[in-house]
Design a protein. Structure first.
Length: 443
């Protein structure tokens, strides 16, 4: 009888653990932090969108999800304002990738004071204006020591400041996944205007960036306007757009590495700088790699793959901070599908070979630029294009350089069939009837 009662108690406990709750803000809890305090691992804190929450939040070691109902859209209108009172979001108690934050703008953060006296007697430093990921332990290269490695998705991290990592700071065995996120207009006085990664010991793990725009961040002092990686930190960048960042020291406007750190860059665009793409301060040498990417120059990167471009990416409107690709950009379809995300930063699907950068081209396959409506399909284009039109149109296909393409066009009742199987991937323009209709297609 005693054994039976013990078994029943164990089953009830297991059922409790497997039942995750949704805690609603502000319906049930007045603040995000009060909901986090009440949550248990596996729970979701669901935050009402289209509101500004004036608070600084700490996940306090809990693997929970803090999100809005529609993170892709809500991140533009749902704001966590740190009130110039420290880091806006803290992960400093060994949270894992199961600790997630999604769907917010994080702003007006000023960083967290952390003790760095173990390193050459340095005074305390201020790190992670918007978000800090850190370990509760003192410095050690022991791989058993765990930092904080959350998943940060569908966020806008803007107008934050600190000494290290104006937007985000990652320290000591912390390996966050940052995806579908914009890190922009942040400031650091020492290093890492957008992102600073320190003491991560690359034999243990990697800081992962996917579909991330890092733009217009500024750093002074040491350098690294976009990203700095120091003390054996490894940063993986896939489909990132790193553009128009500034280093007042002149060192590492885009990327900065030192002391055993390195970058692995794929499907990305790095543009809007005048110095070397990667400033190497020295220390233990580790090779950085780039391929299937577009960079203004590749100085400082040792392993440069054959699919690396150095051409104007043709942003839609860089002066107004629109870093999406214009029709005719050779960055369209120039990526690799290996490890590429299925969607872009805007939540749009990536079709076929992905575009370079954080955004898939708005010309996903077939679009009309002028003239009356003419139906072209399928989408995406493969071997043949079907054009529904009764009129006897004169069809001309040109590439982005204006060269006329030679392809077979057959007439069927009510439609034309255009064989494009012999054409390379890229953007092409179809002129129908002496330019009365112009469409562009993406193969």
């Amino acid at each position: 009888m005693k054994l039976r009662n013990t078994l029943i108690a164990a089953l009830i406990l297991q059922g409790h653990v497997l039942t995750a709750a949704t805690l609603k803000v502000p319906m049930q809890y007045s603040t995000i932090q009060s909901a986090i305090n009440a949550a248990v691992p596996g729970d979701t804190v669901l935050v009402e969108p289209n509101t500004t929450y004036y608070e600084n939040i700490d996940f306090i070691g809990k693997d929970i999800t803090v999100r809005t109902p529609n993170p892709v859209n809500d991140r533009h209108t749902t704001i966590i304002d740190g009130g110039l009172n420290g880091s806006v979001v803290k992960f400093i108690n060994q949270e894992t990738n199961n600790a997630k934050i999604e769907g917010f703008t994080v702003t007006n953060g000023t960083g967290t004071i952390r003790n760095w006296s173990y390193y050459m007697g340095f005074p305390p430093v201020v790190a992670g204006g918007g978000i800090i990921c850190d370990s509760p332990h003192a410095f050690t290269s022991n791989p058993s020591v765990v930092g904080s490695s959350p998943t940060i998705s569908n966020m806008i991290i803007v107008n934050n400041s600190a000494e290290y990592g104006g937007g985000v700071s990652v320290w000591l065995h912390s390996f966050p996944i940052i995806e579908n996120t914009i890190i922009t207009d942040n400031n650091s006085t020492v290093a890492g205007g957008g992102l600073a990664c320190y003491e991560n010991f690359s034999t243990i793990g990697t800081v992962v960036l996917r579909n991330v725009e890092i733009s217009r961040n500024i750093t002074g002092g040491l350098g690294g306007g976009g990203v700095i990686a120091n003390y054996s930190s490894r940063v993986s960048m896939m489909n990132c757009t790193v553009v128009d960042n500034v280093s007042l020291s002149g060192y590492g406007e885009v990327l900065f590495r030192a002391n055993g750190s390195n970058f692995e860059i794929y499907n990305s665009i790095l543009w809007g700088f005048t110095s070397d793409i990667l400033y190497d301060q020295g220390g233990v040498p580790v090779l950085s790699s780039i391929d299937y990417s577009d960079a203004e120059n590749i100085y400082g990167i040792t392993n440069v793959g054959p699919a690396t471009l150095s051409i104007n990416p043709l942003f839609v409107n860089a002066s107004n901070n629109n870093y999406r690709l214009s029709p005719g950009s050779l960055c369209i379809n120039a990526g690799t599908t290996v490890n590429a995300p299925l969607n872009d930063l805007d939540g749009n699907p990536r079709n076929g070979n992905p575009d370079l950068g954080a955004y898939e081209s708005e010309t996903t396959s077939i679009n009309e630029t002028s003239g009356n409506s003419i139906s072209l399909y399928p989408n995406p284009v493969q071997d043949k294009i079907y054009l529904d039109a009764d009129e006897n149109l004169d069809i001309r296909i040109t590439n982005a350089a204006g060269q006329l393409m030679d392809c077979q066009i057959n007439q069927q009742p009510g439609k034309k069939v255009i064989n494009v199987s012999g054409m390379a991937q890229g953007v092409y323009f179809i002129d129908c009837g002496n330019n009365s209709h112009t469409k562009f297609i993406k193969l």
